[in-house]
Design a protein around this ligand. Structure first.
Ligand SMILES: C[S@@+](CC[C@H](N)C(=O)[O-])C[C@H]1O[C@@H](n2cnc3c(N)ncnc32)[C@H](O)[C@@H]1O
Ligand code: SF4
Length: 367
């Protein structure tokens, strides 16, 4: 039996659908019926999932990480805390779990946070995006800058362990000279322990696609932020994530290390490793059933290499061929990272080039 100690729950509701967002979500228009349907979906999913676990020889262990992502989990409110307690916590135990909720600055109350805190919530992830009011509007966010400050103040004054989402590559940032270091300096004054740095991923139908900065500008922004946050004591521990020592996200680390994570909620993705193989499953949107994806040895190895190189843990090949060694030496010579004792660890410059670096590995016959 393989043990599962990680739980992800996708809460698919938003007050407003931001025009750039990639995630599966529904506009919350009729709270009562939408939440009732959601609860029914989760209840029906449980038995289906238990069957999968038996089939895959997986066993629940006390949970060491719980992550409520979305959508906007904060909209689930105190009702959600009640459901989570009565349904999941009657079946699963928490073992000093890192228990995170994503919160949109426009959809929270102290009472809602307190209700979740009572059942174990101990980490908050804030959808900050930017601390410049003009860019907030450009990003189609409907909360105000004052609401962002108010949540930051609340987290800071109540000693929450909290993370911030910060966006790069925002439309007009090149023309308007967006001052990201000023924004980050102000953000750090609230004492977050973790920062997720995302580069805006825009589809061709994105209305402001013409006003996006160019790749070189975004690359420079990324390197500037990495240098700044490292100078302020943050560890750049994964391409898009920075943490003060000891505050790395346990939930994320499980995904990157290929450890078991169970998932629920529409589009939630779970992962069950099985020795040299693995199963990934994706919950469907309309029915409490999932799409399974079997991963074979080669696919897993590729994922393992890619995910390892995304993190500061790096990759140490079991068989270091002469060809691989030459690739790593060339990366080190170009200052993309450090190659020591058979292990390659990329730095910020290497992280931004990761996709093209993977091509170097394919040429060496990795896949
Ligand atoms: C589920 S949302 C966070 C919670 C909440 N819904 C909110 O927006 O505040 C997760 C994060 O994904 C990021 N995100 C969404 N769409 C993105 C895109 N197209 N490119 C890059 N990041 C994106 C945003 O930074 C957002 O904070
Ligand atoms: S509130 Fe968050 S999840 Fe909802 S649309 Fe906006 S970015 Fe996406």
């Amino acid at each position: 039996m393989t043990q599962v100690s990680g739980l992800y729950l996708h809460v698919p509701f938003c007050k407003h659908l931001c025009n750039y967002c990639d995630f599966y979500k529904q506009k919350l228009t009729a709270e009562k019926t939408q939440f009732e349907d959601f609860h029914q979906f989760l209840i029906s999913s449980w038995d289906r999932h238990e069957f999968l676990m038996r089939e895959q020889k997986m066993d629940w262990a006390p949970l060491t990480s719980v992550y409520l992502g979305g959508g906007t989990p904060s909209l689930w409110g105190a009702l959600g805390a009640e459901f989570f307690r009565d349904f999941y916590l009657s079946k699963l135990q928490l073992d000093q779990a890192e228990f995170t909720m994503e919160i949109d600055p426009g959809t929270w109350t102290p009472e809602m946070i307190e209700a979740w805190k009572k059942i174990g919530l101990n980490r908050i992830s804030i959808g900050t995006q930017t601390l410049d009011g003009n860019f907030l509007k450009v990003m189609d966010r409907i909360h105000s800058l004052e609401e962002t400050h108010s949540l930051l103040r609340y987290c800071s004054e109540n000693n929450w362990n909290f993370s911030l989402d910060f966006l790069l590559g925002i439309p007009y940032s090149q023309e308007k000279n967006r001052d990201i270091i000023h924004e980050l300096t102000e953000l750090l004054s609230y004492s977050p322990t973790h920062i997720s740095l995302y580069i805006l991923n825009a589809r061709s139908k994105y209305p402001l696609v013409e006003s996006l900065p160019d790749d070189e500008y975004i690359r420079e922004e990324f390197l500037k932020v990495s240098e700044f946050l490292r100078s302020r004591g943050f560890h750049h521990y994964e391409v898009s994530n920075f943490a003060l020592p000891g505050f790395e996200s346990r939930h994320n680390l499980k995904y990157w290390r290929g450890e078991a994570v169970a998932a629920f909620g529409p589009t939630g993705t779970g992962f069950f490793p099985q020795g040299k193989k693995a199963l990934r499953y994706n919950w469907k949107v309309m029915s409490p059933d999932f799409q399974p994806e079997d991963l074979g040895e080669n696919e897993l190895l590729l994922e393992f290499v890619y995910l390892s190189l995304r993190t500061s843990e790096g990759w140490k090949p079991t068989h270091l061929t002469r060809g691989l060694e030459q690739v790593f030496q060339s990366w080190e010579a170009k200052n993309y990272g450090q190659f020591t004792a058979g292990k390659m660890v990329l730095n910020a410059t290497g992280f931004v080039m990761l996709d093209s670096l993977m091509d170097d590995l394919f040429r060496e016959g990795l896949a």
